[in-house]
Design a protein around this ligand. Structure first.
Ligand code: FAD
Length: 416
């Protein structure tokens, strides 16, 4: 079976590795997979949203601005990440030692609103309101600037850039020394220009070194992120009409004299600001969220807001070196929900918005189950339909609130 994956960012790399390893496919031996992974960028992926991200895995921290299914996917993914990372030869920093929310005296109202929101909507999760002494004990250098904080012990983080590198190396290694009968060909610097879907195969046209090529695949998995919006994609390249790009900006600072060990979120009436420690004196300060399909360099306004927020959390950031400022767009649908859409021999996985790393393992498992049904011609119930329903030919199989266990098998049968 000939499978193409378009986009080697976060989802494309995870899917390519799982397919290469045959994970969750339950396929018969006769179905060896020939996988082709396309990306318009080189293998460093510096122009992907995955590279720009902060790598926060903080479901409760996000909960004020997203729906409960995202929070649930976040907690489930926190459970799944360690095994996924353990399966890679290269170490990727991951920790689940909690995150702290803090607010300045003038933003006390916002802080109390968050505490009420979490208590009312997520009573099953532990919250520890901290006074100044407790804050000092947990995160000594933050305790100097704030009288109170909220400790969320289940939150986590990972090093997104190390993960991209680890996945690249693993893909290269396992492509050279395959443990299954499957094979992988990674075509980087290769822009996909057309995706022509038919019932049993999909044709891809692409440009490499200014030469046009065309190839037919039994199945195409489209993971182009913002590359699939109508603005960035040809009308003949399966654009996703409801998809938009949302600008985000971050700083990478080197501050060896600052010692913060876990993600810090600053309550603010207008922004969702955070500081993510990245080991060895590096910190990511982010992120703006601007409704604009624009990844030009950071604006002065955003720079002033992000840096003054960092300085207000820890005055030691005044002496930090600015190592990098990054602007990139997040892929989002109008409801800010991720989607797995299936149309004949094309599966599109997109709209991970600001939660790509937070929910990736669940999106991966659900997509692999859809692919397995396709390859094996089965209608096995999907693992996360209650959290992440599938869109078949423009129609949801079920409502987000309806658990998959209540779904009749026939819900899947019309497609497979
Ligand atoms: C500033 C910022 C901060 C973020 N912080 C966090 C965070 O802390 N936690 C979190 O969970 N999420 C965060 N995110 C969100 C996360 O990065 C995204 O949700 C995630 O990367 C989306 O994954 P993806 O694979 O869909 O897209 P991407 O990672 O963007 O990958 C898409 C790939 O497709 C390729 N491509 C596009 N078009 C084509 C084409 N025509 N032909 C060939 N290749 C193509 C691109 O080159 C790219 O490599 C953040 C995002 C931003 C921008």
């Amino acid at each position: 079976m000939n499978i193409a994956i378009v986009g080697a960012g976060l989802m494309g790399r995870l899917l390519a590795l799982s397919l290469l390893r045959n994970e969750k496919l339950r396929q018969k031996q006769s179905h060896n997979l020939t996988i082709t992974l396309f990306d318009k960028d080189n293998k460093l992926a510096h122009n992907s949203a995955a590279y720009a991200a902060a790598g926060l895995l903080t479901p409760l921290g996000e909960s004020l601005h997203c729906e409960p299914n995202i929070v649930s996917m976040g907690f489930e993914s926190l459970r799944l990440w360690p095994a996924l990372l353990d399966s890679l030869d290269e170490y990727t920093f991951f920790q689940q030692t909690g995150a702290i929310m803090v607010g300045h005296e003038q933003d006390k109202g916002d802080y109390q609103r968050v505490v009420r929101h979490l208590g009312n909507n997520y009573p099953e999760h532990t919250l520890h309101p901290l006074n100044r002494a407790e804050l000092l004990a947990l995160e000594p250098e933050i305790g100097r600037s704030f009288n109170q904080g909220l400790y969320l012990p289940q939150e986590g983080q990972l090093d997104n850039r190390r993960l991209l590198v680890a996945l690249r190396k693993q893909l290269e290694k396992e492509a050279q020394e395959p443990v299954t009968g499957n094979s992988l060909n990674w075509l980087s610097d290769c822009l996909v220009t057309d995706i022509d879907v038919a019932e049993h195969s999909t044709n891809i046209s692409y440009q490499q070194n200014n030469i046009n090529h065309s190839q037919q695949f039994d199945l195409v998995i489209d993971c182009r992120g913002t590359g699939a919006t109508t603005k960035r994609s040809n009308s003949t390249c399966a654009p996703m009409t409801d998809l938009r790009a949302v600008r985000g900006e971050i700083f990478q600072l080197f501050a060896p004299d600052v010692n913060i060990t876990r993600p810090i979120r600053l309550m603010h009436p207008r922004y969702q600001l955070y500081i993510a420690p990245k080991q060895q004196g590096f910190y990511v300060v982010g992120a703006t969220e601007i409704e604009s399909d624009d990844d030009s360099a950071m604006t002065v306004r955003s720079a002033m807001e992000l840096l003054s927020a960092a300085y207000s959390v820890h005055p030691g950031f005044a002496e930090a070196n600015i190592r990098q400022h990054v602007s990139q767009c997040r892929p989002a649908f109008s409801d800010n929900q991720p989607k797995i859409s299936v149309q004949d021999a094309l599966i599109q996985v997109n709209g991970l918005f600001r939660h790509g790393f937070l929910i990736a393992p669940v999106v991966l498992e659900q997509t692999l189950a859809v692919i397995a049904n396709r390859i094996n011609n089965t209608a096995v119930a999907l693992p996360y339909t209650d959290l992440l329903p599938i869109v078949f030919d423009g129609n949801y199989t079920c409502n987000i609130n309806q658990p998959s266990r209540n779904l009749p098998e026939s819900s899947y049968e019309h497609s497979y």
